[in-house]
Design a protein around this ligand. Structure first.
Ligand SMILES: C[S@@+](CC[C@H](N)C(=O)[O-])C[C@H]1O[C@@H](n2cnc3c(N)ncnc32)[C@H](O)[C@@H]1O
Length: 234
């Protein structure tokens, strides 16, 4: 089952229930002012996209999003991609609402150097979860490929070139690690900010159901095409 919507997530979630896991990548919180003096590297291919148009997601939006989506799940559990600036708000919400959390990182090759701050070669993935949300026991030994799924460090290249359809497109294989560890076959994965649909593709490839929402019509169509083209190998 794939159910996708071209709308604001707040309009659609009134019609959604029985979600098993939320994996999502909300808009960033954009910096006011410049990025500081660039020493080396391009600004992550972002010049070709208008990042500001994708929305700003600060404290109020983060709290609203967590409070609105919590009731959709029996055992609430989210994996949320976020920037360093947004992290404090997610963790504060966890402390205030007595939720547990793990902090995972997506490590990307060094691409931008700047005199003001360290390179942006890490993105955070905060796992917020309630009691009873265990990780799956995969069939593995210490040397198996899947043992790395339990690591908090995820090392994957950024999507570049012709493959890149969205400025913050996420690697499908990295999301698969999360899906295999934190959900079961046929469960419902929900992404309220689906962009080009990477989380949906990963859900379907792993035989999960998927609900996705995207506000921007162009990106919604990109996701629709990508999701329509998946061949599932069982
Ligand atoms: C960081 S991107 C997601 C990228 C995605 N993970 C991918 O791999 O392509 C966030 C997306 O959320 C969308 N968005 C922003 N506000 C929204 C809202 N209120 N409801 C639904 N989608 C929204 C933006 O248009 C943007 O495409």
């Amino acid at each position: 089952m794939v159910n996708i919507f071209n709308d604001d997530y707040k309009n659609v979630i009134k019609e959604i229930n029985n979600v098993d896991l939320i994996i999502t990548d909300p808009p960033y919180l954009h910096e006011k002012g410049g990025r500081g003096k660039m020493l080396l590297g391009e600004s992550l291919d972002r010049n070709e996209f208008n990042m500001k148009e994708l929305g700003d997601f600060g404290k109020d939006e983060i709290y609203e999003f967590l409070n609105l989506t919590k009731p959709l799940m029996k055992k609430p559990q989210w994996y949320i991609f976020c920037s360093e600036k947004q992290l404090a708000y997610y963790l504060n919400w966890c402390v205030e609402n007595k939720f547990k959390y793990n902090l995972l990182t997506w490590n990307k090759p060094l691409s931008v150097m700047n005199r003001e701050r360290y390179s942006t070669n890490i993105e955070y993935i905060v796992r917020i979860y309630s009691s009873g949300c265990a990780l799956n026991k995969l069939d593995l030994n210490l040397y198996s490929e899947k043992s790395k799924y339990y690591s908090k460090y995820k090392t994957y290249n950024q999507i570049r070139g012709k493959e890149k359809l969205h400025p913050s497109q996420k690697p499908i294989a990295m999301i698969s690690e999360i899906i295999e560890l934190s959900s079961n076959l046929n469960q419902v994965i929900f992404d309220p900010f689906m962009g080009s649909g990477s989380i949906g593709i990963s859900a379907i490839e792993n035989n999960r159901k998927f609900i996705g929402i995207e506000l921007d019509e162009n990106y919604y169509n990109v996701a629709k095409n990508r999701l329509g083209n998946i061949t599932i190998v069982t």
